[in-house]
Ligand binder design. Sequence first.
Ligand SMILES: NC(=O)c1ccc[n+]([C@@H]2O[C@H](COP(=O)([O-])OP(=O)(O)OC[C@H]3O[C@@H](n4cnc5c(N)ncnc54)[C@H](O)[C@@H]3O)[C@@H](O)[C@H]2O)c1
Length: 440
Amino acid sequence: MKSPTPRPIRSPEGRLGVLTPGMGAVATTFMAGVESVRRGLAQPIGSLTQMATIRLGKRTERRAPLIKDFVPLAELDDVVFGGWDPIPDDAYTAAKQAGVLEKEQIQAIAPFLKKIQPMTAAFDQHYVKNLQGTHVKKGKTKRDLAEQLRQDIRDFKKTHKLSRAVAVWCASTEIFIRPGPAHKNLKTLEKAMDRNDPSIAPSMLYAYACLMEDVPFMNGAPNLTVDVPAMLDLAREREIAVGGKDFKTGQTLMKTVLAPMLKARMLGLAGWYSTNILGNRDGEVLDDPESFKTKEESKLGVLEHILQPSLYPELYGNIYHKVRINYYPPRGDNKEGWDNIDIFGWLGYPMQIKVDFLCRDSILAAPIVLDLALFADLAQRAGMKGIQEWLSFYFKSPMAARGLNPEHDLFIQQTKLKNTLRYLMGEEQITHLGIEYYEE
Ligand SMILES: NC(=O)c1ccc[n+]([C@@H]2O[C@H](COP(=O)([O-])OP(=O)(O)OC[C@H]3O[C@@H](n4cnc5c(N)ncnc54)[C@H](O)[C@@H]3O)[C@@H](O)[C@H]2O)c1
């Protein structure tokens, strides 16, 4: 069979800026990790762009290159870091403060991390109640702040002689905001910025600034941010790649593996109780009910979409689903996520599954930041504008085209990601049907 035509992709020449609004635990673990990998001090475990292979053609062809040898990704050596934070700590101080990495590991790259100084943030405590910021921009209107962010991006590109940049939101989770009239189109959005409308959160100012400066924007938190019509129109108009929301790392990662298993086997679900304890700054921010609400919405949607209770009312029509997050300082970044899952099988007999995931939040999130940055840059160079649904693999609450349901099943997401890479390079998509055996 003839292969499809590869999509034209601009080569990743020159340096790539990776900007993170937020330079806390996740962002600094990402930056320190990439630098340690570049120096040969550590392995990029958890990153598909660095470690995964991709099967091409029929199984009998035995072609399975590394993804990074198959698609033209930016090299780690070409990545330059930048970020914004309302706390003035450089990446070295912030990494130490976050307490994720061992002191020696941070020390080994101290001069490098110290050079990454945060730019002043567009910050407002109204949106992140449990945080006090001193390193913040001043401006009469939200539009002024957005213009300052745009200038930061231009300066960052110029100073570091970058050929292009991408942004991955690694800042705190903001209070819950519903899409409203201000988010309808570019005009309403800009007017709302001019009159300091409360429905324009700081994260939206970053997204707006990035899109206006041709910088793809990936959203690692559950905030609305780019997931409103005005931003999506802007992304399409300016032909910029966007994606989100909320890194899928711990408990929800497990959920999106276990729930498809239940559905695949037509096992019923009575209830799913998820609770977490964590003691990092993210935990402290989420201790505020308004920020927690944003996170809760993001975590709750998953089961409904995977299990489709309307199609299977006997199995999933009456699920009790509860998610709790409790701030518990002694654990720091080492989160514990418990799940109690009440299922039922043949003739309705009940059973239970217990999951206790003693994970490390930022250790799970850092490789996702790297993959999103490199894939967003690839998408941009390949002219793929708007929502990058093929990156749903990385998100708890994936953005989807208007009117469509997001895909949550991790393995469907993985297939979609790899098939998109095959499509980009003009390789046949793989359906795993194995038909070739029957044809031979
Ligand atoms: N596994 C994970 O760690 C995981 C998973 C999913 C989502 N997330 C999300 O990723 C984000 C980062 O997590 P973290 O553990 O690094 O949190 P963190 O609290 O350590 O870091 C967040 C940083 O963002 C800064 N910030 C807040 N508002 C800002 C603004 N307007 N502009 C710029 N910076 C701002 C804070 O000062 C802080 O330094 C959070 O929103 C979290 O919910 C993390």
